[in-house]
Design a protein around this ligand. Structure first.
Ligand code: GDP
Ligand code: ZN
Length: 407
């Protein structure tokens, strides 16, 4: 035989999530999602969720509504959720794995794709970073379809004497973040674990309705969501107190809330603790300080602050190189310059209640099957609301969202 399987522990980065044994990583993800909703543990209910999911084309109406309400048009169409793993790209990656007969050359190393460049990609491994091309068979696939290898892919590669490398294998993907680009689905990054829903104390002020939408998007994408409140330096003691009581509802339903300031450095250690050894992406309205936070967290990055989004708002074309930025503390952050303030949406009416973790214990108990929890008699969610077990603002967010969804 002489070949080798994936190493039990990846030598890329000792503390890196990607390095873990695949099974244990899967178990981790499983625990995380089941923590908030036991019902999603059940394979039958997962299948049901998959069945009712809509396709991207059905969301045009929503885009129009977004335009009418003055909200940003989503650049990213969706995060393909765990339930949607049968997307074309994943199938291709799996196909390649199968065709590879499960074995790679003895001298193959494990690495992570950090950037796509013309004709290949940059792969980062423990001790080196090198430009790689795809092995012959994979290459032919790449010319027919985009995104055979995407930023965040875990690969096995062989280093050549000239300092370049050849990718031999692509590991199955856990999550896929994609957008529609020139009428095709463009995979932005894969294996992202956390969505950092970033808001700011002021300029722009917090809108909880928007937080709720991002949280739903994260749940839909199978990502862990964390709320990051930036510009804490702008709040005095009293304002901090009211801020905490406003956001307390999120901590109560299981979301971590991190208070910090890119300017003063306050709370950045808490943010580092959240990012450590994970692959994360910052999202949130333009101007909340996503670039500033990244710059503060990782000295030497020198991302442009307050400029890129101005350009895109004026419709000027900006080149966007998506990169996986390694953090000194361990882990990665996906940097998507120019397309940083994105909304994410691809949710069906049937799925929506499942993405409100506080509804979980009441779902499936309403008198009517197919209860939307808005007006039906004998609704357990509404009963919980009346009993004060569900927060009224969160419930109103839910109602607004379900109203905006079709079918
Ligand atoms: P992005 O659009 O979310 O990437 O936001 P930027 O990082 O470009 O920041 C937008 C503006 O907010 C810039 O003028 C920053 O200087 C400012 N800013 C960012 N973080 C903070 C902070 O913690 N406190 C204060 N007072 N201003 C900040
Ligand atoms: Zn109900």
């Amino acid at each position: 035989m002489g070949g080798r399987q994936w190493p039990a522990r990846c030598p890329v980065l000792h503390r890196c999530m990607h390095g873990r044994n695949i099974i244990s990583a899967m178990e981790d993800n499983f625990d995380r999602s089941s923590r908030r909703d036991e019902s999603r543990r059940d394979p039958a209910s997962r299948r049901k969720l998959r069945k009712v999911r809509k396709t991207g084309d059905e969301h045009r109406g929503r885009d129009r509504r977004l335009a009418e309400t003055g909200e940003e048009t989503p650049t990213f169409r969706r995060i393909v959720s765990r339930h949607d793993r049968r997307s074309r790209e994943v199938d291709e990656a799996r196909e390649m794995l199968r065709e590879g007969a499960g074995e790679a050359p003895e001298n193959a190393l494990a690495g992570i794709v950090t950037e796509i460049v013309p004709g290949g990609c940059i792969v980062r491994s423990d001790s080196l970073e090198l430009r790689c091309v795809l092995r012959g068979m994979l290459k032919s696939l790449e010319t027919r379809e985009r995104n055979v290898v995407a930023v965040g892919d875990h690969v096995l590669f062989v280093a050549l004497e000239d300092g370049s490398g050849v990718i031999e294998r692509v590991q199955p993907r856990d999550t896929i973040l994609s957008r529609k680009y020139k009428e095709r689905e463009h995979v932005v990054a894969v294996n992202v674990e956390q969505l950092l829903v970033t808001v700011s104390v002021a300029a722009p002020p917090i809108r909880t309705g928007l937080i709720d939408r991002y949280l739903v998007a994260a749940e839909n994408g199978g990502l862990r969501a964390i709320i990051v409140v930036n510009k804490l330096d702008l709040a005095d003691a009293e304002e901090r107190e009211s801020l905490r009581s406003m956001l307390n509802v999120y901590s109560e339903i299981g979301y971590a809330v991190v208070y910090c300031s890119a300017s003063s450095g306050e709370g950045l250690d808490d943010l580092r603790a959240v990012l450590r050894d994970k692959t994360s992406i910052f999202s949130g309205q333009s101007g909340v300080g996503k670039s500033s936070l990244l710059n503060a967290l990782q000295p030497g990055l020198e991302l442009r602050v307050g400029e890129v989004s101005e350009l895109t708002r004026k419709g000027i074309h900006t080149t966007t190189t998506i990169k996986l930025l390694p953090l000194d503390i361990g882990g990665f952050v996906v940097d998507t310059p120019g397309i940083r303030e994105f909304a994410l949406w691809d949710v069906s009416r049937q799925d929506l209640p499942h993405f409100f973790p506080e509804f979980a214990e009441f779902l499936g108990k309403c008198r009517l099957r197919g209860c939307t929890h808005t007006h039906e008699p004998g609704c357990e969610v509404k009963k919980a609301l009346e009993e004060g077990r569900i927060n009224i603002e969160r419930y109103e967010s839910y109602c607004r969202m379900i109203e905006s969804l079709e079918g």
